[in-house]
Ligand binder design. Structure first.
Ligand code: GTP
Ligand code: MG
Length: 498
C-alpha cells in the first residue's frame, strides 16, 4: 500500500466516563493510604503513557508527601511500585527503555508482567517481599494497595500474586470489560513470610480526558484496549482509529531494514484473508472484505460489517493481530506525520480521504495534508537534525521543553523513548498545575503554576540522576534514607482477611 493517512477525523467531542464508584473510590483511598505500606499502580503495557492517571500521584503527594519511596508525613516508610500489566500484548522492545526512562527521570521503579505467567508475578512478589524485609524488624506484615485505570488488570495481578504466593485460587473477580471491581475489597493474604496482604480497588478513570484531538485520541486508545466503557465512542470510530494506527505504524516500519525486530507483520496476515488482500485505509472496504472472508453475510446477501468490526477489535484485544504498543514511544508516527506539511505536500501522493462514514474529509477537517507515501517519509528521515542529534548525545539529559520537535529522531531507541517520556511528564505536570490552579485563577496565575510544576519535574529529574537512590532499597526520592517503619498502624481496616 503506497498511501497512508497521516491525520484522523477525531470526534469533535470527547466523552467522559467518571462513574459514581470511581468518585467514591477516590474519596475512600486517601484514608487507606495511612494503613498501607505500598501502593502498586497497575498500567497497561500497550498504553504506557495513556494508561497513567495522574490522580493517583496527586493523591499520594497530598497524603504521603511523595509519590515514590520514602517516609510519609507521619514518618512511616511508604513506596509506590508501577507494574505494567498485559506485557504479552505489548511490544517487548520498549520494556528496558521505559524502565530506564522512568528511573532516570522520576526515580520510579517499573516492572512488566503477564499476570498469567508465574515467573512475572514472582518478580512482583519478590520486590514486595524485599521491601517488607528492608522496612525493618518491627514490620511483621506488609499491606499493599493496588490502584490503576479501569480494566488494566489489577484484580488479575492480585489473583496471580495469591496463586504464586500462597497457592490459592482466585479471590478477586475479573472480566474483559472495564468497571468489574466496584468497591474497595477486604484484605487478602498473598504471602506468608513476611505476611503480605493486598486490597483491590475499582479502576478509576480521569474525569476529563483532555481538550480536542488529544482528548479524543486518548479516549479512542482506551476504547481499543477496552479501558473505557463501551458505547462512549461510535464503534466504527474505534475500528477506524485502530486501522489508521496500524497502517501508520506499518508505513513507518517500511523504512526499517528487512528482518529488523521492530517490524510488524501486517495485520491482514493474521486475519482470514489468506494473503489475498492488500491492507487498506478505507474502513468500509476492509470490513466488507473481512465480513466476506468470515462468512458474515446477512439475509439478502449484504455483508455483516458489524460482525467483522467486532471480530477485528476482539482479535486486536486478544493479541491475535500481533503485539502492538499504541502510544508512539518512538515518536516515529509524529515524525512521519510532520514529514509533510500543507505547504510542502510530500512528493508522490495526495488523495482525497473519506472518513469512517464514507464522507469526504477536507484538508481543514484534517488539520494537515491527508496522506503521504512511504518513500517520502524515508526521504524526510534521511536528513539529520543537528539540535536533536546534539540533545541525544547526552542520554539522560533530555529536557523536552528545550528541544524543538526534531523532524528526525534521536538515533537510539533509548533516546527516543526517553524524549517521549520527558515530553509526557512535562505535559502531565502542566496539566496538573492548570487543574490545581482551579477555575478562579487568572491566566497569569495558571501560567505561573505551570512554570513551577515544570521546574519541579526538572528538579525531580536532576535528583533522580544524581542520587543513587530512587531505587528500591536505596535512598528515598527526597534524599532521605527509606528508614525503618516506626511502629505499625493500628487496626486491620476493612473487613477481615480472607
Ligand atoms: N493477556 C493478558 N490479559 C490480561 C492480563 N491481565 C489481565 N488480563 C485480562 O484483562 C481483563 C481485565 O482484567 P481485570 O483484572 O478484571 O482488570 P481490572 O483492572 O481489575 O478491571 P476493573 O476492576 O474493571 O477496573 C481480563 O479479561 C483479564 O483476563 C495479562 O497480563 N495479559
Ligand atoms: Mg478489578
Amino acid at each position: 500500500m503506497a498511501l497512508v493517512r497521516t491525520a484522523f477525523p477525531f470526534p469533535a467531542r470527547t466523552p467522559s466516563w467518571f462513574a459514581g464508584h470511581m468518585a467514591r473510590s477516590l474519596r475512600e483511598l486517601p484514608g487507606l493510604l495511612d494503613e498501607v505500606d505500598m501502593v502498586v499502580e497497575a498500567r497497561d503495557a500497550r498504553l504506557p503513557l495513556t494508561s497513567v492517571n495522574p490522580a493517583f500521584d496527586s493523591m499520594l503527594e497530598r497524603v504521603w508527601g511523595h509519590s515514590g519511596v520514602g517516609l510519609d508525613r507521619k514518618g512511616m516508610s511508604k513506596r509506590k511500585l508501577v507494574v505494567y500489566t498485559k506485557r504479552d500484548l505489548a511490544e517487548q522492545r520498549y520494556e528496558a527503555p521505559l524502565k530506564k526512562a522512568f528511573m532516570n527521570q522520576t526515580g520510579q521503579r517499573v516492572l512488566f508482567a503477564d499476570s498469567r505467567v508465574d515467573a512475572d508475578v514472582k518478580q512482583v512478589l519478590r520486590v514486595a517481599a524485599t521491601m517488607a524485609r528492608e522496612a525493618g524488624e518491627t514490620l511483621t506484615e506488609l499491606k499493599v494497595l493496588v490502584v490503576g485505570m479501569p480494566n488494566v488488570g489489577k484484580s488479575s495481578l492480585l489473583n496471580g500474586l495469591r496463586r504464586v504466593g500462597v497457592r490459592k485460587g482466585k479471590a478477586f473477580t475479573t472480566g474483559a470489560m472495564p468497571g468489574v471491581t466496584r468497591r474497595l475489597t477486604g484484605t487478602v493474604k498473598i504471602y506468608d513470610d513476611p505476611k503480605i496482604y493486598v486490597f483491590d480497588t475499582p479502576g478509576v478513570m480521569m474525569p476529563f480526558l483532555g481538550h480536542s484531538e488529544a482528548g479524543s485520541e486518548r479516549g479512542l486508545k482506551l476504547a481499543i484496549t477496552a479501558g473505557i466503557k463501551d458505547g462512549l465512542f461510535e464503534p466504527d470510530a474505534i475500528a477506524d482509529y485502530l486501522l489508521y494506527k496500524l497502517n501508520l505504524r506499518l508505513a513507518t516500519e517500511a523504512t526499517l531494514a528487512e528482518g529488523d525486530k521492530a517490524r510488524h507483520e501486517c495485520y491482514t496476515s493474521h486475519l482470514p484473508f489468506k494473503g489475498a488482500f492488500e491492507r487498506t485505509d478505507d474502513l468500509s472496504v476492509f470490513l466488507d472484505e473481512l465480513a466476506l472472508r468470515l462468512g458474515a453475510i446477512l439475509k439478502g446477501g449484504e455483508r455483516n460489517t458489524e460482525a467483522s468490526m467486532a471480530f477485528f477489535l476482539k482479535q486486536f484485544r486478544e493479541g491475535k493481530l500481533g503485539r502492538w504498543t499504541l502510544d508512539d514511544l518512538d515518536g516515529v508516527e509524529s515524525a512521519f506525520i510532520s514529514s509533510i506539511t500543507p505547504d510542502q505536500p510530500a512528493p508522490g501522493a495526495r488523495i482525497e480521504l473519506l472518513d469512517h462514514n464514507g464522507l469526504p474529509i477536507t484538508v481543514s477537517d484534517m488539520g494537515a495534508v491527508g496522506s503521504t507515501s512511504e518513500a517520502a517519509f524515508a526521504e524526510a528521515t534521511a536528513a539529520t537534525n543537528a539540535a536533536a542529534a546534539k540533545a541525544a548525545e547526552d542520554d539522560d539529559d533530555f529536557l523536552a521543553a528545550d528541544i524543538p520537535m526534531p523532524p528526525t529522531l534521536p538515533e537510539t531507541l533509548q533516546d527516543r523513548v526517553s524524549l517521549t517520556v520527558a515530553r509526557f511528564l512535562e505535559q502531565a505536570a502542566e496539566e496538573r498545575a492548570a487543574a490545581d490552579a482551579g477555575r478562579n485563577k487568572s491566566a497569569t496565575q495558571v501560567r505561573k503554576a505551570q512554570r513551577e510544576a515544570l521546574s519541579q519535574v526538572r528538579d525531580t529529574k536532576r535528583k533522580a540522576k544524581y542520587e543513587s537512590g530512587g531505587s528500591f532499597g536505596g535512598k528515598s526520592s527526597s534524599g532521605r534514607p527509606s528508614g525503618k517503619a516506626k511502629g505499625r498502624p493500628s487496626g486491620r481496616g476493612r473487613s477481615g482477611k480472607r
